[in-house]
Design a protein around this ligand. Structure first.
Ligand SMILES: *[C@@H]1O[C@H](CO)[C@@H](O)[C@H](O)[C@H]1NC(C)=O
Ligand SMILES: *[C@@H]1O[C@H](CO)[C@@H](O)[C@H](O)[C@H]1NC(C)=O
Length: 241
């Protein structure tokens, strides 16, 4: 139905050899729409819109797997390089898709669900790339902030795309939370008093100081266990994928 490009194929060889990073062009296959019971988003009756949301959620699952592989890299330099390359691609896609949507007159939250492929492609590109970078921002906050600070244009682009994505009303509940958390992480939305990012260095340092080494070891074990299954509460980011 629609095609969209985004970065997700972070395969093992790309991890080992940064120079061979592979981007995938994923062609979304047509599927018959079904009702999605796991999504509490108010569903529109439009089958095309239902299909769009389903495809988006499927893509999110793939993206989370890719982000897990990124987190598994044990070298800061390699992770930094990977995030830089991903950011380059993500923000380039967001930028061109924004131009397309604006030229086609799509206004999130106001325009009806689009019928033409160009608008659908651009819309899918923005939502997917925003969510992907949001995942990376939350899990690798120190690297991500460093990169965003070095490239102000990207930070502005991210602020825009988070707001845009939120306004489309096309996000599943999980991605809505992600957008909310990412907005707090970059302070474009005021932080909930309970907001904390367990992946940030500052947070880790605070905890390491307050606790004895034994407690830290126990906590690390616990955190490892936690890293399974999606779990994000709306106010706080628990760090789980
Ligand atoms: C998302 O939109 C709602 C209103 O539709 C608004 O209250 C909220 O602040 C927005 N969140 C973000 C992260 O932009
Ligand atoms: C966001 O604001 C908090 C304090 O409210 C600050 O500690 C943090 O460094 C800020 N982060 C960014 C990315 O601006």
């Amino acid at each position: 139905m629609y095609h969209s490009t985004y970065v997700t194929c972070l395969n093992t060889s790309a991890m080992l050899h940064i120079s061979i990073i592979i981007y995938c062009l994923i062609v979304v296959a047509s599927q018959s729409p079904e009702h999605d019971h796991g999504d509490s988003r108010k569903m529109n009756d439009d089958p095309a819109e239902q299909l769009f949301v389903r495809m988006f959620m499927k893509r999110r699952t793939e993206q989370l797997a890719a982000v897990k592989r990124l987190l598994a890299i044990d070298s800061y330099e390699k992770q930094y390089k990977m995030v830089s390359v991903i950011a380059e691609k993500v923000f380039s896609v967001i930028k061109s898709s924004r131009v397309t949507l604006e030229s086609l007159g799509y206004i999130p939250g106001i325009s009806a669900f689009p019928k033409d492929e160009d608008t659908l492609d651009a819309l899918a590109n923005i939502l997917e790339n925003t969510a992907l970078f949001g995942d990376i921002l939350l899990r690798l906050p120190d690297i991500s902030h460093k990169i965003l600070i070095s490239k102000h244009e990207w930070e502005v682009s991210l602020q825009w795309s988070l707001g845009f994505s939120n306004q489309t009303h096309l996000l599943d509940k999980q991605t809505q939370k992600l957008v909310y958390l990412a907005s707090q992480e970059i302070n474009v939305t005021e932080r909930n008093p309970n907001y904390l990012n367990p992946y940030s260095k500052i947070h880790k340092q605070k905890h390491d100081k307050q606790q004895s080494p034994e407690q830290n070891v126990a906590k690390k074990k616990k955190m490892k266990k936690h890293k399974k299954g999606p779990r994000m509460s709306s106010g706080t980011f628990t760090g789980d994928l």
